[in-house]
Design a protein around this ligand. Structure first.
Ligand code: ZN
Length: 267
């Protein structure tokens, strides 16, 4: 479907601050967490407290991640990512702030991107800070847990898979350099976004002339706060999302359609 009002909104603003969420990546085969009312439609994600506090949680996390990564790691950008990359090529995008951890905006060619919640393609040691590519870590997980490669399960959000069983035999490797605990380089639920990430995104928002939300229900405060900031600065706000958003009463324009369809005119 064509959305002339959205086209007009994008045409009228030259320095768009774009905030994206899971709805941008669903057409790339990555499921999202919430239904059209913004409610949880599946088990809630692991919290940082559980991940840090319980070895069993880490076994479960990494076993499911090993299964889920095989498809997540190969996901390709869709038309929504390409449309937003085009917007940047036209020098119309002040910043693309994404809540997604899949790096598909970068894969589509966007460069002015801040990964608000980090990136799943990197693993970080909480002891010494060393990092390694997730793909390399996948090899390590597979080497230590060969029998688990036979498992398959439906994809879940954030590279997770809906695998349920006894995880107590799963071997979770530690950092080779210091023996420290390894964690995907993402912001877990219950964890704060680093202050300098927020500050740098905010500096871009101050240069922007409008906010465009793409594929987010804005239920998570770390994203919603930028809508609040935009509102306080008097910026017009448009959103493309299938279903309700937490900011519906702040919006200048709301388009209820898939991101890929709604932004197709940019391509
Ligand atoms: Zn280490």
């Amino acid at each position: 479907m064509q959305h002339p009002a959205l086209r007009d909104f994008i045409d009228r603003h030259q320095r768009l601050f774009v905030l994206t969420g899971a709805g941008c990546s669903t057409n790339s085969g990555i499921p999202d967490y919430r239904d059209s009312d913004g409610n949880w439609k599946r088990t809630r994600p692991v919290t940082i407290q559980a991940f840090l506090g319980e070895a069993a949680t880490r076994q479960r996390y990494w076993a499911r991640s090993m299964v889920g990564w095989r498809r997540f790691g190969r996901a390709m950008p869709n038309g929504a990512h390409r449309a937003l990359a085009k917007l940047e090529q036209q020098d119309r995008c002040e910043l693309l702030l994404t809540q997604n951890v899949d790096r598909l905006h970068q894969a589509a060619g966007s460069q002015r991107v801040i990964d608000l919640h980090g990136r799943l393609d990197v693993v970080r040691c909480l002891g010494c800070g060393a990092t390694m590519p997730r793909e390399q870590f996948q090899g390590e997980l597979a080497r230590l847990n060969p029998a688990w490669l036979a498992h398959d399960a439906a994809d879940a959000p954030d590279g997770d898979a809906d695998l349920e069983q006894d995880f107590s035999s799963f071997v979770v490797p530690a950092c080779e350099a210091c023996g420290g605990m390894l964690k995907p380089d993402v912001v877990f639920f219950g964890e704060n976004v680093p202050r300098d990430t927020v500050d740098s995104a905010q500096a871009h928002l101050e240069q922007a002339d409008a906010l465009l939300v793409v594929g987010s229900s804005l239920m998570v405060y770390s994203g919603f706060r930028f809508v609040r900031m935009a509102e306080q600065r008097g910026l017009p706000i448009a959103a493309v999302n299938l279903g309700r958003t937490r900011a519906d009463d702040l919006l200048t324009l709301k388009v209820e359609d898939s991101c890929e369809t709604a932004l197709a005119f940019l391509l």
